[in-house]
Write a protein that binds this ligand. Sequence first.
Ligand SMILES: [Zn+2]
Length: 142
Amino acid sequence: MQKSDYFSTYLYYLSAAAAGYIIDRHKNVKSLSFRIRYYDPRERITSFSNEFTRRPEDSAMFRFRCPVDYCRDGGFDLTELVMRMLEDERVTIKGSMTCTGWHYIEGKEKSTCGSKLEYEIKAVYYDRHETRTFWDILFQRS
Ligand SMILES: [Zn+2]
């Protein structure tokens, strides 16, 4: 592990602590499901997709690594998007993001990464009239 890796790991945990948990951001969220597809217009990675679900007690940080191994300072941060989605109580958001990292291969010029992430996020909310206690949330009783 390089020195800079320790620093970025430290920053990662610092941001995760600052983001808190999904439940802190919106108390009526039941679940958030993600469908994510990675691809690269220059084909340095094979396209692939990933699906997963987050629960209210999970971290509210949604930062994903760039799948190009040698990409530096890259990645995709959907945290702000998700927070805005929850604030506006939107059910679905869709879009794409481009990696702003860069590549440096010896003997070649430094170039920008440009790999892409497409996202589709769905939120399920509890009805407003349903009151839930801390224990309902903890034991996931609806
Ligand atoms: Zn990248």
